[in-house]
Design a protein around this ligand. Structure first.
Ligand code: EPU
Length: 409
């Protein structure tokens, strides 16, 4: 049983974009509630390679200084480490009119195209030179455009948004992604002097401002809904009574409804969620969708939970058809899961059994840790550098709740 309180850290998928946005204005930016994760360090290295200076003031505060002396060419070795390096595209084009970066790396769940980023920025006047190795683009005059995304892409919405902030005239993005992290980016950009309306909706209207209007700011990163979901999942599989401080029900409503259907009692408070679980979980069916749907990042956790629930559940992946690589690892723990196209059919078993498994990516790695909490005997998780990319002291936080987890050097 897990007991006590856990603090949800700042969101990886917000802070990396906020860091990219500091390229848009000169001055000293201070970000607070920054998660202490490897991807933030990589993004610091990337920004420094471009000409910025970065400094961790403490574990959760970051100072980023942009003196305007930027070379918009990003080195392959760093770009290859994180997907969010694609987020340099919008601000570099918007502010410096040129960009030269390698194709971004990050988690491997199959094809991760950037056609929507390119089409949106081309509509604004950018000219691209793409090959398998990288992306080169120039924009002598970025102008407003009416852009309708054929899919609510998080990254494309963010790139267009950041480029449009300094473009000449008005840009509209229809069918924009509306994840809370995009709201956080819009809030910071508006604080910097940008003119974005429709924040939180699927239609964003950005009126370009002059570069001298934008200025550096201090901004607090929103909390990480996926890390919050992970701690709730941990209580769900092991049982217990935990206060997840900083989790916001408003950012994860659909997921919380599904958790509740599975038998997780969640009581929202002003400053977090109280999570109580006393009985075996019940199976449900779910499908991933862009926000406000069930995020694809929650899926490995849900599949792990269904592995030990009573009954059979079906999890459908609508964003990344290749995002099932962790299923083999859950099967090593005794889970009964069949993959059929983009559906996973999970028949709950009474007990998972400890084994040695490999973390294939960030979220799947965390889901394996959660599954390991409830598996009998010892579970060893290898390749934990994936987990370190997005989780801030997962082991320490679980231990503080009473879990038996150790990190081997
Ligand atoms: N897509 C296209 N063309 C594009 C862009 C996207 O077809 O130009 C498709 C993708 O192939 C995919 C879907 O659209 O099927 C979603 O992609 P999206 O652009 O929304 O995702 P992303 O910006 O690459 C972010 C998060 C992911 C998260 C997804 C979906 C960051 C750094 N990454 O990726 O987070 O899974 O949104 O919510 O913000 C993670 O944190 O572990 C992670 C993988």
């Amino acid at each position: 049983m897990l007991h006590g309180e856990v603090q949800v850290p700042g969101a990886k998928n917000s802070v990396l974009k906020l860091m990219a946005a500091t390229l848009l204005a000169e001055g000293e930016f201070r970000l607070t509630n920054v998660p202490d994760i490897a991807d933030v360090s990589t993004m610091c290295e990337l920004l420094e390679a471009l000409g910025m200076s970065t400094q961790r003031l403490n574990a959760h505060e970051l100072l980023l200084i942009n003196t305007g002396n930027i070379t918009p060419v990003a080195p392959f070795e760093l770009v290859d480490r994180i997907r969010a390096s694609i987020n340099l595209l919008g601000p570099l084009l918007g502010k410096y009119g040129h960009v030269d970066i390698a194709m971004p790396g990050g988690d491997n769940f199959g094809s991760r195209p950037i056609d929507l980023h390119v089409a949106g920025l081309e509509a604004m006047g950018a000219v691209f030179d793409l090959d398998r190795a990288g992306v080169k683009a120039t924009a002598t005059h970025l102008h407003g455009a009416e852009i309708t995304l054929k899919f609510q892409s998080v990254g494309a919405t963010e790139n267009i948004l950041m480029a449009a902030t300094l473009a000449d005239g008005v840009t509209t993005i229809e069918n924009a992604a509306r994840e809370p992290e995009i709201g956080d980016l819009c809030d910071m950009l508006n604080k910097m002097g940008a003119n974005i309306v429709g924040v939180g909706t699927d239609k964003l209207t950005i009126t370009g401002v002059s570069p001298s209007t934008l200025h550096a700011v201090t901004h607090e990163v929103i909390n990480d809904r996926v890390q919050a979901a992970t701690y709730i999942a941990a209580v769900a599989v092991v049982g217990g009574d935990v206060f997840v401080r900083g989790a916001r029900a408003k950012h994860m409503e659909m997921l919380l409804n599904r958790y509740a259907e599975m038998g997780v009692s969640i009581t929202p408070h002003a400053d977090g969620l109280r999570v109580v679980v006393t009985d075996r979980l019940r199976s449900i069916d779910f499908a991933t969708l862009p926000y406000p749907g069930i995020a694809t990042d929650y899926k490995p956790l849900l599949v792990g939970m269904l592995s030990i629930a009573s009954g059979t559940g079906i999890g459908t992946e609508n964003l990344y058809p290749g995002r099932f690589r962790y299923v083999d690892e859950l099967q090593k723990l005794g889970a009964d899961i069949r993959i059929n196209g983009h559906h996973a059919v999970i028949r709950g078993v009474e007990q998972l059994v400890g084994a040695s498994v490999n973390a294939p990516d960030i979220r799947a790695g965390a889901a394996l840790v959660v599954a390991g909490l409830v598996a009998s005997g010892e579970t060893v998780i290898n390749d934990i550098h994936h987990i370190d990319r997005g989780y801030d002291d997962l082991v320490g936080k679980l231990v503080s709740l009473g879990a038996l987890v150790t990190r081997r050097p």
